[in-house]
Design a protein around this ligand. Structure first.
Ligand code: SF4
Length: 451
């Protein structure tokens, strides 16, 4: 067999577009079924392949790991077999299936987890425009019994959502005020926020844009609205950075997303495009090879991924982030500080250190925005400062995000730091290090003598 021909067959065997038959022990291309169910390296399959052909040079043994099928973590696999026993692994790993089978009602959810009266009330009485939906994959990570499990608190409604407290507002960041055209926020001088869609695969109960996501309105994805936003960007040379957000842009089909990326990349003054998404966490199967192949055509492209808790760092998420990073996309994380979910140093350390291991740089830690019904999620600011103080010096600087408050009323992000400067006088500074020890730093002065 010719080298080129064999290489292309290897690639085809592992291409995810060629779904394996679900029932047989062997699948198309002769790969064993277990290969599709676990994160089996192609290296382990290379030895017999190489034995069959002595014409292959060693470098051809290494089909890149990103061509492997999605793995499935043991907890999720047990969940799939228990609640979706007729669903093949191939279907489960198809993001379209995940989207079609989102859990959106109290009755569907109560068949899988034991709802408390409070959760049931919230789900059945929920009249607000902010909807409820969870992908089957993310649901597999929830505790079926404990309502205080962090991931469950983040996505299952509770009655406290119905209570508005002082200072809460539908649009706390005044985004609508700073929108020159529907769905485009122009607040900072050189960049805009482009709300591509109002749709998310899973709805976070603390979403800053709960006023608009999931209920159809000005921010539904439509070419007409996108064209208005694109016309504004084209006519505004100061805009050098466009952040695509929503809703979740990675829920858009590849062709629509590519249409938008292509239009933006043709605007001469747009230097970088960023995407904000939670999809790699709640529906990692969406990160297909076709998607990453498409995205890498639009560099420089950056991706901010919304992570909440270390329990989200599964084999599937690792795989999705590996594909994105291997496509040359710098990955950052955004995390909202949430009471009872991630508001302690140990949880945050495990999350941020875990993110570095999957090549995601912790970028922002946000104080939770005061949307209506968010008081049960919001922590005192001192909690965020305590977390940063508990990280700085105790772990790599790369694992420490910027802690910010997005100022209510549209003031933008304001960074917050624990107090490390004890005194600033005419000589210099008295500084406190991470151990609480004091050090003096002298400001530069005119040299008094030769060395
Ligand atoms: S993924 Fe983002 S936009 Fe969607 S509900 Fe969560 S926070 Fe809101």
């Amino acid at each position: 067999m010719k080298k080129k021909q064999l290489f292309s067959e290897l690639a085809e065997q592992s291409a995810e577009e060629a779904e394996p038959p679900a029932s047989s022990g062997r699948v198309a291309g002769g790969l064993p079924q277990h290969f599709f169910e676990q994160n089996v390296s192609l290296d382990s399959l290379a030895a017999p392949i190489q034995k069959n052909t002595n014409r292959i040079r060693p470098k051809l043994r290494f089909v890149p790991p990103q061509t492997a099928k999605f793995p499935i973590n043991p907890k999720t696999n047990a969940f799939r077999k228990k609640f979706f026993s007729s669903v093949s692994f191939a279907e489960w790993s198809d993001w379209h299936w995940q989207l079609r089978n989102r859990i959106q009602t109290a009755s569907a959810l109560s068949r899988i987890i034991r709802l408390t009266d409070d959760e049931l009330d919230a789900l059945t009485l929920h009249k607000a425009p902010f909807p409820f939906a969870i992908t089957p994959y993310y649901l597999s990570l929830l505790d079926p019994v404990s309502a205080v499990q962090p991931l469950r608190r983040a996505v299952v409604p509770v009655f406290a959502e119905m209570r508005r407290s002082a200072g809460e507002a539908d649009d706390p960041l005044a985004e609508d005020r700073d929108s020159p055209v529907p769905g485009l926020v122009h607040r900072y001088p050189d960049r805009v926020l482009f709300l591509t869609t109002d749709f998310c695969s899973t709805y976070c109960r603390y979403c800053t844009r709960s006023r608009m996501v999931g209920h159809g309105g000005d921010c539904r994805s439509s070419y007409d609205r996108w064209n208005q936003a694109l016309n504004y960007i084209e006519a505004t040379p100061a805009v050098r950075d466009v952040l695509l957000s929503g809703g979740d842009p990675l829920t858009l089909p590849n062709d629509r997303l590519e249409w938008l990326l292509a239009r933006l990349s043709r605007i001469p003054h747009v230097e970088i495009i960023r995407i904000g998404s939670k999809v790699p966490v709640v529906m990692p199967q969406r990160i297909t090879l076709a998607l990453t192949r498409m995205l890498k055509r639009y560099h420089p492209l950056w991706l901010s991924i919304h992570f909440t808790h270390p329990d989200e760092l599964t084999a599937e998420v690792h795989h999705a982030c590996t594909r994105l990073a291997d496509a040359g996309i710098p990955l950052g994380s955004q995390t909202v500080l949430l009471a009872g979910v991630n508001d302690d140093v140990d949880t945050m350390r495990r999350l941020f250190q875990g993110l570095l291991k999957i090549r995601v740089r912790p970028y922002y830690l946000y104080q939770c925005d005061p949307i209506p019904g968010s008081s049960h999620f919001r922590t005192p600011v001192v909690k965020g400062l305590e977390i940063i103080r508990g990280l700085r010096g105790f772990t790599s600087g790369y694992a420490i995000p910027s802690y910010v408050i997005d100022a209510p009323g549209g003031g933008g992000k304001i960074p917050l730091l624990p107090e490390y400067v004890v005194e600033h006088n005419s000589d210099g500074l008295i500084l406190k290090n991470y151990e609480g020890k004091l050090y003096q730093y002298l400001e530069p002065t005119e040299p008094a003598a030769l060395l």
